[in-house]
Ligand binder design. Structure first.
Ligand code: NDP
Length: 606
């Protein structure tokens, strides 16, 4: 492989050498089993997904009544749909939620140090509606969970909600034109409409490491944090770990936030790394009360739009959020614009973008070198792949944690952990004995929609959604799929990609509320995507793909962003719509569609 020809004078580094290094690091990590390397969390591993935040033994009578809308999931998706439906005057709304309360990802992910990575003023939904302003630029998980509950109260979504309840099946009753929603508590709720707001990263996954079931010590997944074992709270102070040897497997966004707290108290901490994350500056600050008091009506939407435009490559007069996200993407775009003004085109532009990406990653690597004292550890913590091949992370204490004498980075050089034994973890024939293994190994992506949701959807023709999507996702606007009338899907597939996911959900919630209101006002019994409209949308998605959907595809280092390095045409069909400015174009498609008032592409039956 080429080592390059030395630093380019105008840049101070050698792009060819970096390209070669990136390819080398990617190749180390490619595996035949791709997404199959993770095991299903069921059977003897099922305890890993039990809810640690509720008292065991809850029971209630089955519910068999009828409502206008069932919202599956009480996270931001369900909450935002509930809010917009209430605003549209819909009364009978039932949220069905597996957890014991609202909050979704923030209900489950209570690990120490959890906080949002996108600025809270744009990330936390419905702030103006609730008259609140977060206390920090990046709010803590606990504050976001409390805000979720406040949304539930404000919009009276607790009234008919069913918590600690898992949907097991959705089945369309053609005669009655109703969905029958079955659950693990023997409910059979009848619903005119259903919205599936299951969340994109919902089902925890465990690595298929040989021996995983043999470990005799304690073990849990980060999305089911065991504070009984660790002591402390989401703010830290994990005092019960003072005499414990702890292993963390995984170094993604979750590990980056919890490792500093573990390092603070554990007697010994071993962090098992396969691929280092890119760690940029966090720089969290308290909300300035004077700023909060002087916000003009409409401030949140303006700020959300401004951020979304900047990170989609659309220049703005000001950068309201002004953080590492807008800096990251803004700088690349600035370079791009200057090149365009200078008359550059075609392949040159790709090179300009690549160079700017190299520069950013050089900064990230230099930051590691500046903060981590041991040169070997520092080298192992440097990410060698393009920005956006993996989820960028932001933290001001993570890297320094490796300077602590009780903390060891066990770098597996891209191979992952070899084996788990009764006593601990084996890497390169060395066994690390530990008292507890914490799996920071993320959530399923790329498996079938029904598997990730935990229930099957049986439509008008008796076919399941899994059967219908066997050769790839097929929808109109990512929300409707033919044969599944009155059913709304809330996801990015054939919808939009946004760095700020709740912003996307708000557009979907507004759209859904519009359609439901229209149906209720006009005695429309069913709305269903037409064959032609669905086909046209699938083609529109395929012809106008968002490059962020599978960034770099095959030449990126593997992660859930690119189906673990094995993107396939079937998976690509489920990509978001809309080129570089994806979400902006998609939202404009939805708005124009509503403004036209014709519900084009939906077949309406009375
Ligand atoms: P990820 O899927 O991002 O990370 C999983 C980690 O486990 C990776 O480091 C992976 O390595 C590692 N891994 C898997 N198998 C093995 C193995 N056999 N041996 C060693 N390591 C292994 O999960 P996260 O929970 O960290 O994050 C998931 C997503 O949740 C994020 O991308 C983000 O979207 C969201 N999130 C958001 C936060 C926020 O907004 N504040 C905070 C936390 C999460 P490899 O990289 O090599 O695959």
């Amino acid at each position: 492989m080429s080592e390059g020809s030395g630093p380019r004078e105008d840049l101070g580094f050698d792009p060819e050498a970096l390209r070669a290094r990136y390819a080398l690091e990617r190749d180390k990590r490619l595996r035949d089993d791709g997404i199959g390397q993770y095991v299903e969390v069921s059977g003897e591993l099922a305890h890993f997904v039990e809810d640690p935040y509720v008292e065991p033994g809850f029971s209630r009578k089955p519910v068999t009544d009828e409502v206008d809308v069932v919202l599956i999931g009480g996270g931001f998706g369900g909450l935002q749909c509930g809010a917009r439906l209430r605003e549209a005057g819909v009364e009978q709304i039932r949220v069905i939620e597996k957890g014991g309360d609202f909050g979704g990802t923030w209900y489950w992910n209570r690990y120490p140090g959890a906080q949002c990575d996108v600025e809270s003023y744009i990330y936390m939904p419905l702030l103006e509606e609730l008259g609140s302003v977060p206390t920090m630029k990046y709010a803590s998980g606990a504050e976001i969970l409390a805000h979720s509950q406040a949304i539930g109260r404000h919009y009276r979504l607790y009234d008919q909600a069913l918590f600690q309840t898992e949907v097991t099946k959705l089945e369309w009753d053609t005669e009655a034109s109703r969905w029958i929603v079955s659950t693990n508590r023997d409910d059979a709720v009848r619903a005119r409409f259903v919205a599936m707001a299951n969340g994109p990263l919902h089902r925890p996954k465990l690595p298929g490491i040989p021996g995983i079931e043999k470990f005799r010590g304690h073990a849990f997944h980060t999305s089911r944090w065991d504070y009984n074992y660790t002591g402390g709270s989401p703010e830290g102070g994990l005092e019960r770990l003072r005499d414990k040897r702890i292993a963390v497997i995984g170094t993604g966004a979750t590990a980056v936030q919890c490792v500093p707290h573990l390092g603070e108290t554990a007697k010994e901490l071993f962090v098992f790394q396969r691929t280092p994350s890119s760690i940029d500056v966090r720089d969290n600050t308290r909300t300035d009360p004077a700023w909060a008091q002087n916000l003009e009506p409409g401030w949140q939407k303006t700020r959300m739009d401004n951020f979304n435009a900047l990170v989609s490559g659309v220049p703005q007069e000001s950068d309201l959020v002004d953080d590492a996200w807008t800096d990251l993407i803004g700088r690349t775009i600035d370079r791009f614009r200057r090149a365009m003004e200078g008359g550059t085109s075609g392949p040159d532009i790709a090179e300009i973008l690549e160079i700017s990406n190299f520069e950013k990653m050089n900064e990230i690597r230099a930051r590691v070198e500046a903060l981590v004292e041991d040169p070997r550890t520092a080298e192992a913590l440097k990410p060698y792949y393009r920005m956006f091949c993996k989820r960028p992370c932001f933290h001001d204490d993570y890297l320094q944690t490796f300077n602590r004498p009780n903390v060891t980075l066990v770098d597996t050089d891209g191979k992952g952990v070899d084996r788990i034994t009764e006593r601990g973890i084996v890497v390169k024939r060395k066994e690390y004995e530990v008292d507890c293994i914490i799996y920071a190994t993320g959530f399923e992506v790329g498996t079938s929609y029904a598997r990730r949701s935990g229930y099957e959807i049986v439509g008008r023709t008796g076919r399941t959604l899994t059967q219908k999507w066997e050769d790839g996702v097929r929808t109109l606007h990512g929300m409707h799929s033919r044969e599944f009338p009155n059913c709304f899907i809330l996801s990015m597939s054939q919808g939009a990609f946004s760095v700020n996911y709740p912003h996307l959900l708000d557009h979907l919630a507004i759209h859904l509320a519009y359609i439901v209101r229209h149906a209720l006002d006009n005695d429309v019994r069913t709305v269903e995507a037409s064959e032609e409209a669905e086909e046209a949308w699938v083609q529109a998605v395929l012809g106008n793909m968002n490059p962020m959907s599978h960034p770099g595809g095959g030449d990126c280092t593997p992660s859930y962003y690119n189906m673990e390095g094995k993107p396939n045409p079937k998976a690509m069909q489920g990509a978001p719509y809309g080129g570089m400015t994806g979400s902006i174009s998609f939202w404009s498609v939805l708005k124009k569609w509503r403004d036209a008032g014709k519900l084009e592409g939906l077949e309406l039956r009375s």
